[in-house]
Design a protein around this ligand. Structure first.
Ligand code: AMP
Length: 196
């Protein structure tokens, strides 16, 4: 299986690139943020809980996220070549639990791709997205909080995958096509490595 984590700050382009990667390599795209937004729209019990965290720019508790993830991971997985994790894991315990969950399914993470974008550009992109998509957590004070939380958690997660020799950073500044072509190169070289 090809299991990829697309990692990066809010606004780094994870959502856009994830769709392209999932399509090209026929992966099941799991975005915990999207799953939560769907619940919020439905105003389900989970959606109401999620709203409280998301609108403050906070992360949801790991237990809730793992619950959602496990419910989604097995569903129609056999129809795909693997999984593309988008916006997950966001904390070290999530990364550790993911290892265990995949191990139980006789598979593992192939690669974590860290999309690097400088903070100035991130803020610009998020403010622009706020105008276009109207996401209600793309407001200046919430953006600041989300970026701070991202910075606090990124290092331990990246270290975890570096130790496993699965970490690779990519320049996330450029057009969608340019960034995607950098990602493709990295994935293809990993696939070639696995074949040889
Ligand atoms: P995203 O669409 O990935 O930017 O996620 C939007 C919001 O959903 C985040 O700011 C968090 O509040 C919440 N969220 C999404 N994924 C996670 C996760 N893996 N762990 C905790 N909270 C999450």
């Amino acid at each position: 299986m090809l299991n990829i984590i697309l990692f990066g700050a809010p606004g780094s382009g994870k959502g856009t690139q994830s769709k392209l990667i999932a399509q090209k390599y026929h992966l099941k795209h799991i975005s915990t943020g999207e799953l939560l937004r769907t619940e919020m729209k439905k105003q389900s019990e989970l959606g109401k809980i999620a709203e409280n965290y998301i609108l403050k720019g906070n992360l949801l508790p790991d237990e809730i996220i793992m619950d959602i993830l496990i419910k989604n991971i097995d569903d129609d997985l056999k129809n795909y070549n693997g999984i593309l994790f988008d916006g997950f894991p966001r904390t070290l315990p999530q990364a550790e639990m993911l290892e265990k969950i995949l191990h139980e399914r006789n598979t593992e993470i192939t690669l974590l791709i860290d999309l690097k974008v400088n903070e100035e550009e991130l803020i610009q992109r998020l403010l622009k997205r706020a105008e276009i998509e109207g996401r209600n957590d793309d407001k200046p004070d919430i953006i600041k909080k989300r970026l701070e939380i991202y910075v606090q958690n990124a290092e331990p997660i990246n270290e975890f995958y570096k130790k496993l020799n699965k970490y690779i950073a990519i320049d996330g500044v450029g057009t969608v096509e340019e960034v995607f072509s950098r990602i493709e190169k990295v994935i293809n070289s990993k696939l070639n490595e696995a074949e040889n």
